[in-house]
Design a protein around this ligand. Structure first.
Ligand code: FES
Ligand code: FES
Length: 141
């Protein structure tokens, strides 16, 4: 239907024109994460000031779902606290699990990935960047 089509084009737009692609050279956090089932990988760098994520960038090799999700995630979390970013990740996981979820406007295009929940094999792709975020911010504590 039209919504599926819209979501697909949002995903492709993030894949072809990734937001925040690259590495923050003096970033305070660097997190590497891979999807063991396919070998795709992501490196997330975060510039964290106090508990605010000032900047977020990613680079990596992966499918359209994993890369577009990383692009969406970096956009969503910038300017937010780590706790807020992790709360967004929680809502995203709920969306992937097919549970009730709440995607606020500031989370941007993330809802475009909601259809991925129907394809269990792709859920790992969609959550790769969020797992990196979780891993990196847990290591912080
Ligand atoms: Fe990632 Fe096929 S290998 S989509
Ligand atoms: Fe590897 Fe999607 S196929 S992350």
């Amino acid at each position: 239907n039209n919504l599926d089509q819209l979501y697909r084009s949002v995903i492709m737009d993030h894949y072809k024109n990734p937001r925040n692609k690259g590495v923050i050279e003096d970033g305070s956090l660097t997190i590497d994460m891979n999807n063991p089932t396919c070998g795709d990988r992501i490196r997330l760098t975060l510039d964290v000031d106090g508990d605010i994520v000032r900047d977020a960038k990613f680079e990596g090799e992966g499918c359209s779902i994993s890369m577009s999700s990383a692009s969406m995630m970096t956009e969503a979390i910038k300017g937010h606290t780590i706790d807020e970013a992790l709360a967004m990740g929680h809502e995203f996981s709920q969306m992937m699990l097919g549970n009730d979820y709440e995607i606020t406007e500031e989370m941007g295009d993330i809802e475009a990935l909601s259809g991925v929940a129907k394809f269990p094999a792709r859920i790992k792709c969609a959550t790769l960047a969020w797992k990196a975020l979780e891993k990196g911010t847990k290591d912080e504590e």
